[in-house]
Design a protein around this ligand. Structure first.
Ligand SMILES: Cc1ncc(COP(=O)(O)O)c(C=O)c1O
Length: 435
């Protein structure tokens, strides 16, 4: 009889994978807490929260039961002309914890579409006011998803070369990435703000929005910037009358040490995009939340002013039930105490590595710890990445480097000893792998 892998190899196409050279996918049977259980009985400690999704832990019973309860009551209903309690409760609970003024919740079902919604919302908001603003600004290295608008905004990541003719043109400015003991940070921040000033001077009346990943750029290598810089940045954008859009698809729900990176950086975006950790990593769901001023810009007597956007699964009630259960766990499980503990362990374990000649740019922000391996082929397609991945998998550690950038982003339920085991693995990689 064909094995699961045989059938997978015959019929399945995996994302972000070179199927010709990648090792066989690992069949997973179940998961609990921070651990994935393979069908062959092997265990893998999930140190990347399964693509930055899992928050409280895999198969958390409170979230699992909330989904099951909801499934027996109402699994899905068209969200145009109808509404339901899980969506309404979730919207009001999100508004209560989001930065002030973000009061209108538009649902979709993944991070990329949350970004598409934000771009279209910004464009039509100005159009409804009689202003045809066609430009958008982003940071170099920003990643916002794989749909066409999101790819356009993230073109500088280099992931989207085959699709370049499909993308619209987006202006970018330098991202002042920093790390521990970085001596150049002020210069980089000054240059970035000067580039922003020049851009806004020329384009303030044509630019519909500035889209940023606040505090941490995820996919381009867990690149971190400072809170104070973001405050100056946000202040300039909003003073110029341009909408500030925060893509918190990755940073939302505790990753940077506060519920939202915007809260941590003390900025108030006009639009925020959330997904991934929104449902604790259980169900596909996203929201694009905007100010009342933006919402009111779409009101009027004719449909022309309305936001003609929607997805079949908009505000799926199972996903909303999962998100509500996940939010409740932040309180009942003292999640932010766990997050602080993870950050402390990261800081203790990364500190001694900063003397190593094999790594650069050690950095920690909330539960995210990252460092760059020094190699002669840096970047996403570095040959080091598959080597490291295999090295860790053999040790039962799911760590998936972004090229030569190695990072940890564990679920909040991880135990101190498991987290230390991951760091021991990194120490071993530095000693044992030749690069
Ligand atoms: C910051 C950011 N925005 C958007 C996305 C796209 O989300 P999705 O993969 O759910 O479409 C991602 C995914 O990694 C992300 O990190």
């Amino acid at each position: 009889m064909d094995s699961l892998i045989d059938i997978d190899r015959r019929h399945v196409w995996h994302p972000f994978t070179q199927e010709a050279t990648a090792p066989e996918p690992i069949p997973i049977l179940s998961a609990s807490g921070a651990v994935l259980h393979g069908v062959d009985g092997k265990e893998y400690l999930d140190l990347i929260s399964s693509w930055w999704l899992t928050t409280h832990g895999h198969a958390h019973p409170v979230i699992a039961e909330a989904i099951a309860r909801q499934a027996k009551k109402l699994e899905q209903v068209i969200f145009a002309g109808f509404t339901h309690e899980p969506a309404v409760n979730l919207a009001s609970q999100l508004v209560a914890i989001l930065p002030r003024e973000l009061t209108r919740v538009f649902f979709s079902d993944n991070g990329s579409t949350a970004v598409e919604v934000a771009l279209k919302m910004a464009r039509q908001f100005y159009l409804n006011k009689g202003e045809s603003r066609e430009k958008f600004l982003a940071f170099d290295g920003g990643y916002h998803g794989d749909t066409v608008g999101a790819m356009s905004m993230g073109a500088t990541t280099g992931f989207f070369e085959p699709f370049r003719p499909m993308l619209f043109s987006v202006d970018t400015i330098p991202f002042p990435e920093t790390w521990q003991d970085d001596q150049e940070v002020e210069k980089k921040e000054r240059e970035s703000l000067e580039a922003l000033d020049r851009y806004l001077d020329e384009n303030r009346k044509d630019c519909a929005g500035v889209l940023i990943e606040p505090l941490v750029q995820g996919a381009s290598g867990m690149r971190i910037c400072r809170d104070g810089f973001l405050q100056k940045f946000a202040e300039r954008v909003q003073r110029a009358g341009v909408l500030l859009i925060c893509d918190e698809v990755m940073t939302g729900f505790g990753r940077t040490g506060a519920m939202f990176a915007s809260e941590k950086a003390k900025i108030n975006p006009d639009i925020i995009c959330l997904s991934k950790g929104l449902t604790g990593g259980f169900m596909p769901l996203s929201v694009t939340v905007c100010t009342n001023t933006i919402y009111e810009g779409f009101l009027g007597a004719s449909f022309d002013r309305a936001f003609a956007h929607g997805h079949s699964f908009t505000a799926n009630s199972l996903s909303c039930a999962a998100a509500l259960a996940s939010l409740s766990l932040f309180k009942t499980e003292n999640t932010f105490t766990k997050i602080s503990k993870i950050e402390k362990i990261h800081q203790e374990r990364i500190a001694p590595l900063s003397d190593s000649k094999k790594i650069t740019k050690p950095r920690v922000k909330g539960v995210i710890a990252a460092l760059d391996f020094v190699t002669n082929d840096p970047g996403y397609s570095s040959k080091l990445a598959p080597l490291l991945k295999e090295f860790f998998i053999k040790r039962g550690l799911l760590i998936r480097p972004l090229g030569n950038v190695l990072y940890l982003l564990p679920p909040y339920c991880i135990s101190d000893s498991d987290l230390n085991r991951a760091w021991d693995g990194i120490d071993a990689a530095l000693q044992e792998i030749d690069f």
